[in-house]
Design a protein around this ligand. Structure first.
Ligand code: ZN
Length: 241
């Protein structure tokens, strides 16, 4: 089985469409979505419709959660907060109900899926490096845990008691090792590379690969401006920050 891994789409349909286009040549059997379909961006319904049509499994992100949980936006910065309030106004009831029904965690083909951290998915903690990952490895039984949330790619390999932050874009899943993998963000990358990020999990070849694909971020930025969303949310897309 070959799965695409997508996360943190954030209502960016240009980025999501570019990723789905790239997947056609990669012949995947399924698409695993790690949440934050909405928030920040200008196309919540289009992004949700596409994920509903294409994803094999989806877990709930904190922005999906906030879109259906009045008051939860108070945890966000002012840009995120106003985008969530806007999303609640424009998204269809059906799509909001769908987001509200998403599970916090799933197990798919022997992999754990959560948006933020496996130890307490609803605490929305960030796993940014091997130090953050160390206690998280104690909280799941599977060999592999797929996460999102930080918008920055991260692969941590646990071999025995040692955790290593793997920087390669092609990661063989070694026998006896366990992994926490964040493939980065489709719709709002924050690692300085503005291209949309996604990953491929090949269970047959025991390998995770991290991919990037360019998209028309200037168009998304223009849509953000026209929607009356904070212009900063568009500007940051051009920088990948
Ligand atoms: Zn996010």
């Amino acid at each position: 089985m070959r799965y695409a891994i997508v996360s943190d789409i954030h209502s960016n349909v240009e980025a999501l469409t570019a990723v789905l286009g790239a997947l056609e040549a990669l012949r995947v059997d399924g698409v695993l979505c790690l949440g934050d379909i909405v928030g920040y961006g200008p196309d919540p319904d289009e992004a949700t419709d596409l994920m509903r049509a294409r994803a094999t499994a989806i877990v709930r992100g904190n922005h999906d959660h906030a879109a259906v949980t009045p008051g939860h936006e108070s945890y966000f910065n002012p840009w995120g907060r106003s985008a969530i309030q806007w999303t609640r106004r424009v998204a269809t009831r059906e799509n909001l109900a769908f987001l509200g029904g998403l599970p916090m965690a799933l197990r798919v083909d022997g992999a754990r899926l959560v948006h933020a951290s496996p130890s307490d998915p609803e605490a929305w903690q960030y796993v940014m490096d091997a130090d953050d990952a160390a206690p998280e490895f104690e909280s799941f039984d599977e060999t592999l845990c797929l996460i999102g949330h930080s918008h920055i790619p991260l692969v941590v390999e646990r071999s025995g008691e040692t955790d290593v932050d793997v920087t390669a874009s092609e990661v063989p899943l070694a026998g006896g090792c366990r992994y926490i993998v964040n493939v980065g963000s489709v719709g709002q990358p924050r690692d300085g590379d503005p291209r949309a990020a996604f990953g491929i999990l090949d269970l047959g070849e025991k390998r995770v690969t991290l991919h990037r694909v360019a998209y028309d971020a200037a168009l998304t930025r223009e849509k953000i401006r026209k929607a009356g969303l904070p212009p900063f949310l568009g500007d940051r897309l051009l920088r990948g920050q």
